[in-house]
Ligand binder design. Sequence first.
Ligand code: ARG
Ligand code: ZN
Ligand code: CA
Length: 225
Amino acid sequence: RRGVIRVPLWVHVIKDGALGAPDSAVKRQVRTLNAAYGGKFGGVDTGVRFELKGITHTANRAWFRDPFGHEREMKRKLRVGGPETLNLYIVQMERLILGYGTYPQWYAGAPELDGVMIDWRSLPGGPLRNFRRGFTAVHEIGHWMGLLHTFENGCDPPGDEVDDTPAEAYPTKGCPARKDTCPGPGSDPIHNFMDYSKDTCMREFTRGQAERMARMWQEYRAIAP
Ligand code: ARG
Ligand code: ZN
Ligand code: CA
């Protein structure tokens, strides 16, 4: 099997007074990332691993409360590394958003904006009942690694551009007992990290997703030796 992809990780914790992520939650989040990408909850071992290089701390109420309004300013101050380095910003976002990640193909056009922003409340042990396993970061980093939503393009090809995730017509909410929204083979991939199910429903990446991440890594993020 191909080699492991080691992703250098910098976490940037933004706070408003006492509000924001404690370092203990950041450390649990990193362990959750490696467990999820290692197939410990289900699905395949994707071969992707995250190596925490450091945590920065910034007290800034405006960045914390309106991260999109200050995205460029915040990232210009905090971002480190090149296309291979994951910068994870922990802020506060509207509840229905939870997180936001850039795609590898965007790096060339806007390297300064590359990275992932997540809500501090989505970290493991956080206060959001259905979103406190730390799978929001798993999902957003999936985008950063080049994965699309499993419901991308609905039932129409090329779907999410991955062969072994059955097509689905629309995002999954909660955790339905059964959901099969497209005529093709397979029921909806409601347990996949790249759907919109709640954290307690999510558990897996597929072989095809692992292969796509490896391909995207080589094409857009790996630094030539
Ligand atoms: N809505 C966000 C996105 O599309 C994140 C959804 C995360 N879902 C979860 N169960 N943690 O990127
Ligand atoms: Zn998403
Ligand atoms: Ca698919």
